[in-house]
Write a protein that binds this ligand. Structure first.
Ligand code: PEP
Length: 242
């Protein structure tokens, strides 16, 4: 695939008012000054910060999204967030099936598909995360694990306009380890064979120093960035490596 790369920042459970304002103001200024037209940037702050971040980003080219949503319309689900609520705050995107939610909240692929279907109905673009555990890769099961996750997590409402896939090997998230260039190339080609024209992002300890190689690997249409998205210089270095 060709075209501008999609650079998505996942702030995870980080962000209070003061640091979020400072970070987004610096980032907005840096993106405005950037001469590289080769990326689209999206920020996914925690739910508590989406409203404020939407105001900070209003005049910028940066879009925003949620880190999760419920699979039901607004109603009696204490503590949860319906896709309509994300839309109401100007979100264009929602991350679904992140490995931290699959692991800590026991989210299944079937639930991810159900959430994605509801998110599509409200007009959100879903970023559906898949990826194998360390032990699954060591056992040579990485392709079958990812194939199963893709099959079960992508609903029948998915198109290349409303769905982006993020391949995030679980052992590479927040660990400082990245998959090798050959592993990324092989897995993204494998995923391409399953999802056709959908954009495919890589995620897992992406930083300024490894972004160029990753972003210029075949079938890598962008990156999903956790830790490094909290540091403006590092995140900009990733975007400018597009
Ligand atoms: C992520 O949160 O999706 C992620 C890839 O995190 P990190 O970049 O910190 O590994």
């Amino acid at each position: 695939m060709t075209g501008a790369k999609l650079i998505v920042g996942n702030w995870k459970m980080n962000g209070l008012m003061a640091d979020s304002r400072e970070r987004t103001e610096k980032l907005t200024a840096a993106v405005a000054k950037s001469t590289s037209g080769s990326f689209h940037m999206v920020l996914c702050p925690p739910a508590t910060m989406i409203n404020a971040v939407s105001w900070f980003l209003k005049e910028s080219a940066i879009r925003w999204g949620g880190q999760d949503c419920h699979d039901q319309p607004p109603g009696a689900f204490t503590g949860d967030i319906a896709p309509e609520m994300l839309k109401d705050l100007g979100c264009d995107f929602v991350i679904l099936g992140h490995s931290e939610r699959r692991q800590h909240h026991k989210e299944t692929s079937a639930l991810v598909a159900s959430k994605a279907k509801r998110a599509h109905a409200t007009g959100l673009v879903t970023i559906i995360c898949v990826g194998e555990l360390d032990a699954e890769r060591s056992a040579g099961k990485h392709e079958s694990v990812v194939a199963q996750q893709l099959k079960e997590s992508i609903p029948d409402t998915a198109t290349s306009d409303n769905t982006v896939i993020a391949y995030e090997p679980v052992w590479a998230i927040g660990t400082g380890k990245t998959a090798s260039g050959d592993d990324i190339k092989q897995m993204h080609a494998f995923i391409r064979g399953k999802v056709g024209k959908m954009q495919i992002l890589y995620g897992g300890s992406v930083k300024g120093s490894n972004a160029r190689e990753i972003l210029h690997t075949a079938n890598v249409d962008g990156v999903l960035v956790g830790g490094a998205s909290l540091k403006v210089d590092e995140f900009m270095a990733i975007a400018e490596a597009s």
